[in-house]
Design a protein around this ligand. Sequence first.
Ligand SMILES: [Zn+2]
Ligand SMILES: [Zn+2]
Ligand SMILES: [Zn+2]
Ligand SMILES: [Zn+2]
Ligand SMILES: [Zn+2]
Length: 346
Amino acid sequence: MLSETVNGPASRALALAALSILLVMSTAAGAATCATCGATIKPGSTYYTTKDNTTYCSKSCMNKAILLTCSVCGVRFQKGIQSNGKNFCSNKCLATTFPSCSVCGGKAAEGMQVESRFVCSKCFSTKPKCGSCGMTAECSPLQDGRKLCADCAKTAVMDQKTAEPLFDKARLLMSEKLGMATDSVICFELVDIRELNKLSGNAAAEMEMGLFKHTKITTTTTTSGKNAGVAASGGQKNVRTEDKNSIYILFGLSEAKFMEVAAHEIAHEAARVKWPHLIESPGKSEGFAQFMASRLNHELGRQDMNQRLRNSPDPIYGDGFRRFEKAYAVDGWRGVEELITSATAP
Ligand SMILES: [Zn+2]
Ligand SMILES: [Zn+2]
Ligand SMILES: [Zn+2]
Ligand SMILES: [Zn+2]
Ligand SMILES: [Zn+2]
């Protein structure tokens, strides 16, 4: 879960300093000037003065000077609230400036900002998290127990038939736009969470919505000589190794998330071919895969999705991604390659 706490704007009760000042209505002894309108207060006329000896010709002139204006309803007040440098006559007016919860629609001072969406504290602690976008939302259950929000459900990739052309598209874009071409055969399969956990052997990896698996298949064949009877002793052994590349992705992800996860796993396969040593460094390996996923998001005009990758507190995925993004910002693709090939750990 990737989010940051947002506390409501610091607000404080506002009591005007002038309130402690006794307002005196008196009769002017000599000529004075109204501090607000500049009118001359003639001797003998009634005027208002505050403790600091400021004089006003009328109560309305005095109020203009010493009262504050509510930045929401415009009412002039003596006792109110100040928040973020603005004045409010009441909690009700202050509350209109709170962000709206993207789940319940209510205004709330406290909650979580998750990417571009605000979720109030109550919804954040009681509503489920979408298994595709990770947002707190009203969700529907998927067959394997994961939950899916209505937004993600609109484009959810539910079966192998829908997934295959999308996977091919991701691989083509990775090759043509991002230089991640390999001629490997990749077996792609859409799976549920139980299958994915079983395949990855890591049920705790909450972040993993996909898996790249590489196995070497060794086949040993024995060719016998002319005399089949001597095969056991005189036969010739042929050992052949083949690379098997498999990518598994969870069903039920939104199309956008599916493409991001596909890019991540395709990047692992490309890295295996180009930089076989990369796998020894989990931070670099996952950081690179996340970075390539962010580049595909970028190619598809989905830069906003990268905020989630960027904000990840995970020391492998998050830190890894941030290192690659920084290297890219400083030195482009050359910076990325340098980071991959450099000897720095981890
Ligand atoms: Zn005046
Ligand atoms: Zn107000
Ligand atoms: Zn809410
Ligand atoms: Zn969602
Ligand atoms: Zn990975």
